[in-house]
Design a protein around this ligand. Structure first.
Ligand code: SF4
Ligand code: SF4
Length: 466
């Protein structure tokens, strides 16, 4: 029998939270060695890691660094951990904790003057973590439940009835004011608090004709959470696109785009969803695919990376990714033709991270909103910092997510706007719950719902300002 391994563990910095991250020192011959953090199958790229010059410009925009002030919870610190992993350090629980804590908001990508592609680095790292790290039974069960529910429309739809009955029963008030669920099951309490008040579902046809002259034929992603929890957003998207001269094709065969799987390192699942999405839109014969959920659009634009190793899909994934447009991006490209009616309302526009940071789409939604007569746009302080939603991050990390949400809600309230507008269902749920907790009465809407109301000449009250 061999001796116990004598790998000496020491952190790369003085931060006690990184203890055990870097392995060094003598390893006697014939003894079991510690497995390095990453295998050879697409580990985070050493070349991309070397682009980081440690300037620290990204630190003030990183939500976890803002919360905790820990180097290892900053982009620079996480890049150092990846480097340690590439150099042979084992994948310790501490290391995983720092990677897991990253919201994937990509504010650091926007802030970095050296062009460090942290997005590619963290996504490669997450795949390695899922492959090599054994999570606690509780964490595994929670993740299994989330991934068995959210990417599946039919299961979400089945939840609508019980959720509506619960919301109508008055129980939510009792549950929240007692604080019992918060104490007993904080992650469940987070989910309970985030659930939006469900609107009636509007069934969309598989094809919506263009109004007037046809200027484009586009496919539309309906999404999972968007489709089941915010069906009004999809209906508004189809109406606005049609009003702007697009024939809208809505393939029945479409399912989840895989955004949550892509952003959480679940590689095989992400590949499966990506292939099915490509199949569905190729069969629909559309050249452009329009998306109204920032997280979905950002992951669909990454399909070329997701399916790079699949000879049957690699080329198709590149073509598909190039055809994806956020709805505001497409409308800005086409140029708007439908008449806008006035909406006398002050709007605070919140950049969803996966629209602003990940896709670089900031000006298009603002320009579209400014085209609405009477609408006044206000900027939110600290706009670059995430609201704490980040896909499923707010469910897995309820306390820090609440802190980030409360900070965002204070900044939104400081604008004095009557309506908060954003372009992602996760942000709408997170911000709504934070504003409610803070007692701020303000309407919430997706950008496309504002345009829809303006084109149809609906009153501002339909958007819910108080
Ligand atoms: S993605 Fe967001 S949370 Fe993660 S390191 Fe970058 S700024 Fe920080
Ligand atoms: S990621 Fe960019 S901004 Fe952050 S420390 Fe490295 S080079 Fe500087």
């Amino acid at each position: 029998m061999g001796q116990p391994t004598t790998v000496q563990a020491e952190g790369p910095q003085d931060d006690p939270r990184t203890a055990g991250v870097r392995a060094s020192g003598p390893v006697p011959i014939g003894t079991p060695t510690v497995r390095p953090a990453f295998d050879d199958e697409h580990p985070p790229s050493a070349e991309l890691i070397s682009d980081c010059v440690h300037c620290g410009f990204c630190l003030p925009t990183c939500p976890t660094y803002t919360l905790w002030g820990e180097e290892m919870d900053s982009p620079r610190g996480r890049i150092d951990l990846m480097k340690a992993g590439l150099e042979g350090a084992p994948l310790t629980d501490t290391m995983v904790q720092h990677f897991d804590a990253c919201l994937g908001c990509m504010a650091c990508v926007t802030a970095c003057p050296s062009g460090v592609q942290y997005d590619k680095l963290i996504e490669a790292t997450r795949v390695q973590v899922e492959r090599h790290h054994t999570r606690s039974p509780g964490d595994r069960a929670m993740r299994a439940a989330i991934f068995a529910l959210f990417p599946y429309k039919r299961r979400l739809r089945a939840l609508r009835g019980p959720l509506r009955a619960y919301q109508a029963s008055g129980l939510p008030k009792v549950v929240r004011s007692s604080g019992l669920l918060d104490r007993l099951a904080p992650k469940l309490a987070a989910m309970e608090g985030l659930a939006p008040v469900l609107e009636k579902r509007e069934k969309l046809p598989s094809r919506v004709p263009a109004v007037g002259e046809r200027r484009a034929v586009v496919g539309m992603l309906t999404g999972c959470v968007q489709g089941e929890f915010f069906p009004g957003v999809n209906a508004a998207t189809a109406r606005v696109l049609a009003a702007e001269g697009c024939e809208v094709v809505i393939p029945r065969a479409q399912g989840c785009c895989g955004a949550l799987s892509v952003h959480n390192g679940r590689q095989e699942e992400a590949e499966r969803f990506a292939r099915a999405t490509i199949d569905a839109f190729e069969a629909a014969g559309v050249q452009t695919v329009v998306v109204n959920a920032a997280g979905c659009g950002s992951s669909m634009k990454e399909y070329a990376d997701v399916l790079a190793d699949d000879p049957a899909y690699a080329e198709r994934a590149r073509t598909f990714a190039a055809s994806v447009r956020d709805v505001s991006e497409l409308l800005a490209e086409l140029g708007t033709v439908a008449e806008r009616h006035p909406l006398e309302v002050t709007v605070a526009y919140h950049d969803a991270c996966h629209l602003g940071h990940a896709q670089g789409i900031r000006q298009q939604p603002r320009a579209l909103l400014r085209e609405v007569p009477g609408l006044q746009l206000r900027e939110i302080p600290e706009a670059e910092i995430c609201c704490g939603s980040a896909g499923i991050w707010n469910v897995l990390n309820p306390e820090p997510a609440r802190e980030l949400g409360d900070r965002k809600a204070r900044n939104i309230a400081s604008t004095g706007a009557e309506l908060l507008v954003t372009a992602n269902p996760g942000c709408l749920m997170q911000v709504s719950s934070s504003l409610q907790r803070q007692g701020t009465r303000i309407g919430l809407a997706h950008t496309i719902e504002v345009l829809d109301a303006s084109i149809r000449g609906l009153p501002v009250s339909t958007l819910g300002p108080q």
